[in-house]
Design a protein around this ligand. Structure first.
Ligand SMILES: [Zn+2]
Length: 230
């Protein structure tokens, strides 16, 4: 797993112990990175589908977080899912969250035309399928809501935060993910837009004292000696 994700995962519990917020959001890049370089291990050829048995075989070989510089740090495609899953399990055991939403902004497609074995982007329509899972009170447990649009994520998140949903927001609240009782008790509220009208906005005038603080500090140092001296 790249250091960037590992650091983010290690820092988050410390931040949560200090401050709780209405929304906790973490973006992890390691599945994307490993899938780009190792997608051929789970889908050898573009013409064939992804092979779940290969993912499971890689998962069976998992013996803990993959560390070190690339390529060792990439682990395997399955190792990245398992490492995140284990970390998320620890996080959920320590902290209470009303709702947990897991979402991928895209999937991955096999690329055999040179470059990375896994690719996504406009030309790789197979990669447009990702995942979305929601857990929490009033969520229809175990329900498969079929294919949804990634743009439904933001309105659904607003709904879960008890915020009115902007009518100019693309996508919709995934009401079918929730029990009828929840939707009845907490119906979706809407506002025309959350966009502020900034047409008359002007940048604030510069403060009367335009001297930057650093220069002031230097001027003081010239008078009294450097900070470490005093
Ligand atoms: Zn990518």
């Amino acid at each position: 797993m790249p250091a960037r994700d590992r650091v983010a995962m290690q820092v988050l519990p410390g931040l949560l112990r200090r401050d709780r917020t209405h929304l906790t959001w973490i973006t992890l890049h390691s599945p994307d990175k490993s899938e780009h370089v190792l997608w051929n291990t789970v889908q050898p050829h573009e013409a064939d589908p992804v092979m779940p048995e290969r993912v499971l075989a890689l998962a069976a070989q998992y013996n803990g977080p993959a560390a070190g510089l690339a390529p060792a740090g990439w682990g395997s495609v399955a190792s990245q899912y398992l490492e995140i899953d284990a970390w998320l399990g620890g996080l959920l055991a320590e902290f209470h969250f009303d709702y947990v939403v897991l979402v991928s902004d895209h999937g991955m497609a096999r690329n055999e035309e040179g470059g990375l074995p896994g690719q996504h982007g406009l030309g790789f329509t197979n990669a447009h399928r990702g995942i979305l899972a929601i857990r929490g009170p009033g969520v229809r447990r175990g329900a498969d809501i079929g294919r949804v649009d990634v743009r439904d994520f933001a309105p659904t998140l607003a709904y879960l935060l008890d915020l009115p949903v902007g009518e100019d927001l693309p996508g919709r609240v995934l009401e079918e993910a929730f029990t009828r009782g929840r939707v009845r008790a907490r119906p979706v509220h809407r506002v025309p837009t959350w966009e502020a009208d900034l047409s008359g906005w002007q940048p604030p005038p510069p403060a009367p004292s335009a001297e930057p603080p650093r220069i002031k500090a230097r001027a003081r140092e010239r008078r009294t000696g450097p900070a470490w001296w005093r």
